[in-house]
Design a protein around this ligand. Sequence first.
Ligand code: CMP
Length: 145
Amino acid sequence: MTERTFVMVKPDGVQRGLIGEIIARFEDRGLKLVGAKLMRIDQALAEEHYAEHTDKPFFEDLTDFITSGPVLAMVWEGQDAIAQVRTMMGATDPAESAPGTIRGDFGLDMGRNVIHGSDTEPGSAEREIELFFDEEELEDYERID
Ligand code: CMP
C-alpha cells in the first residue's frame, strides 16, 4: 500500500552533518520525499509530538533534547513507507540496532539516536504529519526510477 510517513533528523543528526547521508538512503531505497523543512521545535510542539511519553522518566530529557537545535522534518511516501523507514532506522537503542541501519551506523545512545520515524500504530503517521505540515506544504509528483 502506498502511504506516507513522518521522519525527522534530530538535533544530533543535523549538527553532525548526517542529513545528506540519511536522505540518500531513503532516496536510494525508492521512497519519495514529499515534504521537508529545517525548523526549531518549540516546547509545546515537543510535548504534543511526544505526548505518549508524558509520564515516562525520560520525558523532560527528551523534550529538552528535541528543542535543543534545529531538526529536519520530512514526509516520505512509498510502498509500505512506515514499515520500510522503521526497518531502515533500526532499533530505538543504538546498542541494539543492527549495523547497516541508520541508528546502528550513527546512533550514540537512547537519546542521541539521530532519527525519528512514525510507528506502525494506525493513525500515528497521519497525526505526526498533520502536526508538522500543512497540506499545501506537501508536494505531489511522479518519481522516475
Ligand atoms: P523516538 O523514536 O524519537 O521516540 C521516542 C524517543 O524517546 C525515542 O526515539 C528515544 O530517543 C527516546 N527514549 C526512549 N526511551 C528512552 C530512555 N529510556 N531514555 C532516554 N530516551 C529514551
